[in-house]
Write a protein of this length. Structure first.
Length: 475
């Protein structure tokens, strides 16, 4: 059912109708479209545009149609152009021509953007909740491994010893920022565009604030042109999801490396692995690899929308139909990916002996020599050079730093005394990093406790927001 056409003498060409049709993907907005139409109806009745009795008939029809959408009894057909035309067709079929009165003072331009915001609020909160589940899984693993000393890496080369719980906790920190971004997104974007009409506002809807309040928005956007043409909220949501995807990709990359025969740091549970169709022995970290691979898709969806938005003039342009598919795809990708990745992390078994065995290798304790000298007021440039000389001597002699004799140390720098050996252990190196962000066991234990508190707080505000918007999400 077309929502326009009175001034046209011909129907759109079949190719045009096929190009314009969006109902196959924007049907996801149907429950939100019902709710927005109910809020719009209240405004029309309050303004006297629709008589109270007719309003009750339309309201009952919309609610009945909403229930049928949820159960699948009502859906779109081959003749519907978009979700809005499908719902108007269903409403008129159910209650007669009076259903067409609902279109007064409302455009698809303000209707669709309001639907879209409600969809994103709903689904970003779901993504936030799933992300906190993954954070909680990392918190548990970090706490278990808080006393395991591991080699730290930069440039994929051994750097300095660290507590392995510290390594895992970095993922909790990054993921918490993603959750925070979702909260910030809601604060910034929870303003209603309904009442903007096509672009100029509506003389039939004089009180958009009432509609905004009934839908759970914090207020109304200030400019009707901006309201129908703005998709900052969608681009920002795609950025949040792309950034989350990048963090998930880092997790996937590490678990892929750690599960190799060469590393042998982690055993991924069979339930989160797959096999080979030709090699019976294979156990592949496909969940980790898919987490890594999906990031490209999430980044691509953000790029696609930004490219669409970059040159749009004035108010609404049909290009904005292209905002939904990348957004739906990113949402649905994360809703599938996050639970699988959480399960992989929860069930992972870490080989702590293997992790710790090589914590000292690669001359990872060289910084301890430089720090030792710096504490004796040796300029760090000179201390760094002396530590490098120690490494050079060990390489040529085929020994480790702790195996240097006092005579060898003294030959390199007179301030390198025998008590240096106390610091040339992985335990000593880790224990010395006692600052709040350091890798000592005490620091990391405190960090994990704070992470657990922050995760609980995040779960709390997400639950509160879900409760706040729950009445808005269903008619």
């Amino acid at each position: 059912m077309a929502l326009w056409g009175g001034r046209f003498s011909r129907q759109p060409a079949q190719s045009v109708a096929a190009l314009s049709r969006s109902v196959d993907f924007d049907w996801r907005l149907a429950p939100y479209d019902i709710k927005v139409n109910l809020a719009h109806l209240d405004g029309l009745v309050a303004a006297g545009v629709i008589a109270a009795g007719n309003g009750e008939v339309i309201r009952a029809g919309l609610k009945a149609l909403g229930s049928e959408i949820v159960t699948g009894k009502f859906t779109y057909n081959d003749n519907d152009e978009d979700v809005h035309s499908a719902i108007e067709r269903g409403l008129i079929t159910k209650i007669g021509a009076i259903g067409g009165a609902l279109r007064a003072g409302r455009s698809r331009n303000d209707l669709v953007v309001t639907d879209f915001k409600l969809y994103l609020i709903d689904h970003l909160l779901e993504i936030a909740a799933l992300t906190t589940d993954l954070i909680a899984a990392f918190n548990v693993q970090s706490e278990k491994l808080v006393e395991v000393i591991a080699p730290g890496f930069t440039h994929l080369q051994h750097a300095q010893p660290i507590v392995f719980g510290h390594e895992l906790a970095k993922h909790s920190q990054a993921l918490l920022r993603d959750v925070d971004r979702i909260g910030d997104w809601i604060v910034r974007n929870n303003f209603s565009p309904l009442g903007s009409g096509a672009l100029a506002g509506s003389g039939l809807q004089p009180n958009p604030e009432a509609s905004a309040q009934s839908l759970g928005f914090d207020g109304v956007l200030a400019n009707s042109i901006d309201a129908v043409s703005d998709r900052d909220f969608a681009a920002e949501a795609l950025f949040i999801m792309a950034m989350l995807g990048v963090h998930l990709s880092r997790i996937g990359e590490e678990f892929t490396l750690w599960s190799t025969t060469e590393f042998a740091w982690v055993v991924i549970d069979d339930a989160y692995s797959t096999g080979s169709s030709i090699m019976p022995q294979k156990k592949n970290p496909d969940i980790a690899e898919l987490a890594r691979g999906k990031s490209g898709r999430l980044i691509g969806n953000l790029t696609a929308l930004l490219a669409t938005l970059k040159g749009l003039p004035f108010a609404y342009n049909r290009d904005l139909q292209e905002d939904k598919e990348p957004t739906f795809d990113s949402v649905e990708t994360l809703l599938v990916l996050l639970p699988a990745l959480t399960g992989m992390v929860e069930t992972a078994k870490f080989n702590t002996k293997t992790i710790s065995n090589e914590a000292h290798s690669g001359f990872a304790l060289a910084t301890e020599i430089a720090d030792y000298l710096a504490k004796k007021s040796i300029p760090f440039a000179a201390a760094h050079g002396a530590a490098g000389e120690c490494v050079k001597l060990c390489e040529s002699s085929g020994i480790e730093l702790h195996e240097l004799t006092e005579a060898q140390l003294q030959a390199i720098h007179p301030e390198l005394k025998s008590d240096l050996k106390v610091f040339l252990t992985t335990a000593g190196a880790v224990a010395s990093r006692t600052s709040s962000l350091g890798t000592s066991i005490s620091s990391v234990t405190k960090q994990i406790a704070d992470l657990k508190t922050a995760t609980a707080e995040a779960k709390g505000w997400i639950s509160n927001e879900v409760a706040r918007f729950s009445g808005m999400m269903t008619p």
